[in-house]
Ligand binder design. Structure first.
Ligand SMILES: [Zn+2]
Ligand SMILES: [Zn+2]
Length: 249
């Protein structure tokens, strides 16, 4: 099982970072979590065949987590050779149907010409091929945000999407091999809608995560400062995410 960091940035354009997107890959199966600006191209770079994707999971509907859905659907409709017949399963927080209605009114070419299955605003467990997934609502200001946990071939990865210091994250991250967590700002600039480094370290430690991948740092956030703050309470391995990184789970 491989974790591929496709987009490790935020809404701020940066030369070497796409917006949010990670993939968990096992054999031929790709599980994509978020599809922010630039993620589609990163998938192609990593050889993950974006037009054949079957399982997409959105944490929330902010543009930095959903932007590339438009070029993805357009390309799946008109760029796939041979024509796409596979179902695209999309798991989303609440609001997706309304959001998607607006998209297809603006761009009718995104209306899927292949089977399209949406699982909206469901908390709980479900399986996708060989993987078992769990979703849990995590607070992100006023935005509905789903955290994910995926278990496949005996490995587990949890992903926060964007979240404040939600205590519920503890249960989602309990004992995982890798927690991929957002950490937008340093402790000094901490906001209620995002995880602070100190709180993240405490949660990763209490949840006994085996390792931690920190992503979604704003450009003004000093990565070394974040790492130091996290490590004050967390003794496991810490990785500062960069686009294109591949990590064996
Ligand atoms: Zn974000
Ligand atoms: Zn957000």
């Amino acid at each position: 099982v491989k974790l591929v960091l496709l987009g490790t940035g935020t809404l701020v354009p940066e030369p070497n970072r796409a917006s949010a997107g990670i993939a968990v890959v096992h054999e031929e199966q790709v599980y994509l979590f978020d599809v922010g600006r630039g993620v589609l191209g990163r998938m192609a770079e990593a050889g993950l065949r974006p037009l054949e994707l079957e399982y997409l999971h959105l944490s929330h509907l902010h543009p930095d987590h959903t932007c590339d859905l438009v070029p993805m659907l357009f390309a799946m409709n008109y760029g796939a050779k041979p024509e796409r017949a596979k179902t695209l399963h999309v798991t989303t927080p609440e609001g997706f149907h309304n959001f998607f209605d607006h998209l297809r009114r603006a761009w009718r070419w995104v209306e899927p010409r292949f089977p399209f299955h949406v699982r909206e605003a469901e908390e709980g467990e479900f399986s996708e091929g060989p993987a078992l997934l769990q979703t849990l609502f995590l607070e992100h200001g006023t935005m509905a945000n789903l955290g994910y946990r995926i278990e496949i071939a005996g490995k587990t990865v949890a992903y926060t999407g964007d979240t404040g210091p939600a205590d519920r994250l503890l249960s989602l991250a309990r004992g995982v091999d890798i927690l991929v967590a957002e950490c937008s700002f340093s402790d000094a600039k901490a906001e209620a809608a995002h995880l602070s480094p100190t709180r993240l370290g405490q949660i990763a430690s209490a949840a006994e995560c085996k390792s931690l991948v920190i992503t979604h740092l704003y450009p003004e956030t000093d990565p070394d400062d974040v790492e130091r703050s996290v490590k004050r309470s967390y003794a496991g391995e810490v990785v500062l995410a960069r686009d294109g990184m591949e990590i064996e789970v």
